[in-house]
Design a protein around this ligand. Structure first.
Ligand SMILES: NC(=O)c1ccc[n+]([C@@H]2O[C@H](COP(=O)([O-])OP(=O)(O)OC[C@H]3O[C@@H](n4cnc5c(N)ncnc54)[C@H](O)[C@@H]3O)[C@@H](O)[C@H]2O)c1
Length: 339
């Protein structure tokens, strides 16, 4: 099998993690281009790979027989770069959120179908083994009818974190705050575990403490699914540290949950147990990034090599974004948003 030729678009903080992934699966990929508008970042990235070219404009890679664009730029650039790449028949695996506007995410899905290329969206925390096990238990009906869910995220994003970035904390470039950037993973996991469509969303956002940002630093919301399940979420990023995310899914026959990536199960008539069988992962960067990027990236490459469906494709990737945009809209209008 020949190697996939890839281009890394955006070589910032998360770029470090991608670099380690590509080094680890070097037998599967040839890193042909490192792209960053800051030339020193592209250079630094490219130095880790033989024959990797550093460039400052992704358009230089469009007609160079590239198989995959990995997009890890500021949020507002995901959609335009992805659409341009897909129109050049290049597969795209983009970081979350896939876009900051739903119409752009929908356009990405449409273009991927028209051009017959594979669009994937990074939601690596689904790939945590314990989380996959919970999904299986729910699909097997072990919890019975799902009635309730909750997720609680209290993390720390300081003034220095925001001041060190030229796009975080802004509506036009980040597209929101704690919801679209940090809580998006838990929202994605909960909606995926519940496994049904959303009926309505009602929520609030506010900037309670981080007065130096335009976007929200906290949010609470209630999301009703068609199967009747009520999902309550809370998220803030003014806490003292990155406390483990808590997720709980309650069914008529038991409940399951996650504390960060540690899964637990409590079924009727059974002892409480935890799923601690570790990761396939690679631990680079802060703990809250998790260790599953490598698993998702390998899975995505397999779907290209075997021409099979992408597990988290555009239609999956848009679901958490729809909930988040629903909460923004509900908060602004002061009413429930029906889907
Ligand atoms: N999945 C996760 O757990 C996770 C964790 C961290 C970050 N992320 C995501 O990764 C992405 C990048 O985040 P980050 O923290 O690395 O940000 P960052 O600001 O550190 O890096 C972004 C990089 O993109 C570059 N860039 C800007 N415009 C560009 C363009 N037109 N072409 C090429 N490069 C361009 C910037 O110069 C910068 O180096 C975001 O989507 C973020 O949400 C995901």
């Amino acid at each position: 099998m020949s190697k996939l030729r890839i281009a890394m678009i955006g070589c910032g903080r998360i770029g470090e993690m991608y670099k380690e992934v590509f080094k680890t699966i070097g037998e599967q990929v040839e890193v042909a281009y490192a792209v960053d508008t800051k030339p020193e970042r592209a250079e630094e990235f490219s130095e880790s790979f033989p024959d990797c070219k550093a460039v400052t404009d992704y358009r230089e890679c469009l007609d160079k027989h590239i198989d995959v664009f990995h997009i890890a730029t500021p949020h507002h650039l995901h959609a335009p770069i992805a659409i341009d790449a897909m129109k050049h028949k290049i597969n795209v695996l983009t970081e979350k959120p896939m876009a900051i506007e739903l119409k752009d995410a929908e356009e990405m899905i449409k273009v991927s179908e028209e051009e017959k290329v594979k669009l994937g969206v990074i939601f690596q925390t689904r790939y945590v083994k314990g989380c996959m096990e919970l999904k299986k238990l729910i699909e097997q009906g072990k919890l019975g009818k799902i009635v309730s869910a909750r997720s609680y995220l209290s993390w720390s994003r300081t003034e220095d974190y925001y001041k060190g970035s030229d796009w975080k904390g802004t509506w036009d470039k980040e597209g929101g705050g704690v919801l679209i950037d940090q809580a998006i993973h838990s929202i994605d996991r909960v909606q995926w575990l519940i496994g049904d469509k959303v009926e309505w969303v009602e929520g609030n956002i506010s900037t309670r403490y981080h007065k130096f940002i335009d976007v929200e630093d906290s949010s609470e919301a209630l999301i009703k699914f068609n199967n009747g399940c009520l999902y309550h979420l809370f998220a803030c990023n003014y806490y003292a540290y990155d406390a483990p995310i808590e997720i709980e899914i309650v069914g008529e026959k038991g409940k399951v949950g996650l504390k960060q990536d540690l899964a637990w199960v409590e079924l009727e008539g059974q002892e409480h147990y935890e799923i601690t069988d570790g990761y396939d992962g690679l631990s680079v960067g802060p703990d809250y990034w998790g260790c599953s990027h490598i698993t998702q990236i390998k899975d995505y490459y397999n779907s290209i090599e075997n021409d099979t469906p992408v597990y988290i494709d555009g239609k999956e990737g848009i679901k958490a974004l729809e909930i988040i945009k629903g909460i923004y809209s509900s908060s602004k209008k002061g009413e429930k948003i029906y889907f």
